[in-house]
Design a protein around this ligand. Structure first.
Ligand code: CA2
Length: 149
């Protein structure tokens, strides 16, 4: 069964524990369970990874880039958290691996502070899902499968 990487960046381990008005009440474990069941329904295996360390996110993109080239991974749903707005290194990693990446944000970043309006990741992404809450992860998996299966 082909894999789909569900990659979450800094502070997303706090989901459901703080700021429920912004990010809802579901935890990261809930998000990962939703992704696992969505992927399974579509015939894929979700592999979930969260890190607060930029380099570990890059290493995971490299690992799945290699799996993608070997025909063992379809792509990635990636919420880069605040690194979205700062990280040229994540842009380079996505471009460099050729892994299809759907960028996913729980909140509508465009209705928030100006510093959240720019994404270094978006130009390298195959698609973007923004502002649908945690349900956006399900939409992102479905979009990845429709576009790349
Ligand atoms: O809306 C999103 O998914 C974000 O990627 C979330 C990031 C934020 O920096 C981006 O601009 C938009 C923040 C993730 C932190 O999540 C927390 C969850 C609960 C409590 C505190 C932080």
């Amino acid at each position: 069964m082909k894999k789909i990487l569900i990659l979450n960046g800094p502070n997303l381990n706090l989901l459901g524990l703080r700021e429920p008005e912004q990010y809802g009440s579901r935890t990261l474990a809930d998000v990962e369970a939703l992704c696992a069941s969505t992927a399974a329904r579509l015939g894929y295996e979700a592999v979930c990874f969260q890190s607060n360390v930029e380099g570990l996110l890059i290493d995971k993109l490299h690992e799945f880039g290699a799996l993608h080239r070997a025909g063992q991974a379809l792509g990635c749903v990636f919420n880069p958290g605040a690194y979205t707005h700062t990280s040229v290194a994540l842009f380079d990693a996505i471009k460099g691996t050729g892994l299809p990446v759907v960028e996913c944000h729980i909140s509508n970043v465009h209705s928030r502070e100006a510093f959240r309006h720019h994404s270094y990741v978006s130009p390298a992404a195959t698609g973007i899902v923004v502002g649908f809450g945690v349900d956006g992860y399900e939409l992102a998996i479905e979009g990845l499968v429709r576009k790349h299966a």
